[in-house]
Write a protein that binds this ligand. Structure first.
Ligand code: ZN
Length: 314
């Protein structure tokens, strides 16, 4: 069920791969820039000592030939450092190719050199009791073409039988935390996609097919969650081929506030979640332009990739 979350933590895959360190200046006209949100654990709060949880694997389409990452900001305590590496060593916590370090303080607006192949972003701490806020990567520039998940590959193997008239109950908490209009807008976006048979009906019944609520718990690890259930009330996992009986959608105002979400970020998250309601899964590659990427979003609507998938399925 975690896999339905709008995650800001990523899989800590231990994979060995070869990565060229060669750098070159790519033709500017061929490159595409897209927004991502890849940040150290706790950002904009402080990272922790003795933590390896800030190691992020950079997922990219196999058809991306080279790329570089843009650090919006790197703030480090004395002796700590950030690397972008071709492999991850559990002994050294890195296999460094590119380092950013600071003797305390911070730097902003840093592009890495061009990178070929997968990479990890590592935050290495020296356990001296001092921490800072870590890093935020906000852009990726890449050469080559993006390869999004399309058609059936873009969907969970489980769904509502039909999406033509899904009943929706909203808990008063949705209004309490100010998300009513975001929910309405997101549902309308789906409803208005042409050549897709999707519709929603508001319901006052707490046993509606979709049950939306909000909370204010900044200590939890998600922006929002969609969780489907079968007819016996059992949670359906991402890989199960089951029919949805109903689904819950929980919006976490606390975490969105902690991450400094503005109205665009909130709308993006709620639209992403209603994408899960029609069984769209995450687009895991950072180069893909999709509302279904995990993380904080600076877009508010389904992209052409998403719309084509929705039209294929529904
Ligand atoms: Zn999600």
């Amino acid at each position: 069920m975690h896999l339905f979350r709008s995650k800001f933590f990523y899989s800590f895959l231990v994979i060995l791969f070869v990565c060229s360190q060669s750098t070159y200046i790519a033709p500017a006209s061929a490159a595409t820039v897209t927004e991502i949100d890849l940040r150290s654990e706790g950002y904009p709060g402080n990272y922790r000592e003795n933590s390896k949880s800030s190691d992020k694997f950079v997922n990219l389409s196999s058809t991306v030939t080279s790329y570089r990452l843009h650090f919006n900001r790197i703030a480090l305590a004395n002796g700590d450092r950030v690397s972008v590496s071709s492999a991850y060593s559990t002994a050294t916590q890195e296999a460094g190719t590119i380092y950013y370090s600071a003797s305390g303080g911070y730097t902003t607006d840093v592009w890495t050199p061009w990178i070929t192949g997968p990479a990890y972003v590592n935050l290495i701490v020296n356990n001296d009791g001092q921490t800072s806020t870590g890093y935020l990567i906000d852009k990726i520039e890449f050469n080559g073409t993006s390869s999004p998940l399309v058609n059936s590959a873009a969907f969970f193997p489980n769904a509502f039988t039909s999406a033509s008239n899904i009943s929706v109950y909203q808990s008063p908490t949705v209004s309490t935390y100010g998300y009513s209009s975001y929910v309405t807008t997101a549902l309308n976006q789906l409803d208005n996609i042409t050549n897709a048979n999707i519709g929603f009906t508001n319901s006052t019944s707490t046993t509606a097919q979709v049950r939306i609520s909000a909370n204010n718990n900044a200590d939890l690890d998600y922006f929002a969650i969609v969780q489907p259930y079968d007819s016996s009330g059992k949670a359906i996992t991402e890989l199960e081929s089951k029919t949805w009986s109903y689904a819950t959608m929980v919006l976490n105002h606390g975490v969105m506030t902690k991450w400094g979400f503005n109205s665009t970020n909130k709308q993006g998250t709620v639209t992403h979640e209603v994408g899960h309601l029609v069984s769209l899964m995450h687009q895991k590659n950072y180069d893909v332009n999709s509302i279904m990427k995990a993380g904080k979003k600076n877009i508010t609507t389904f992209t052409p990739v998403d719309i084509a998938n929705i039209q294929y399925r529904w």
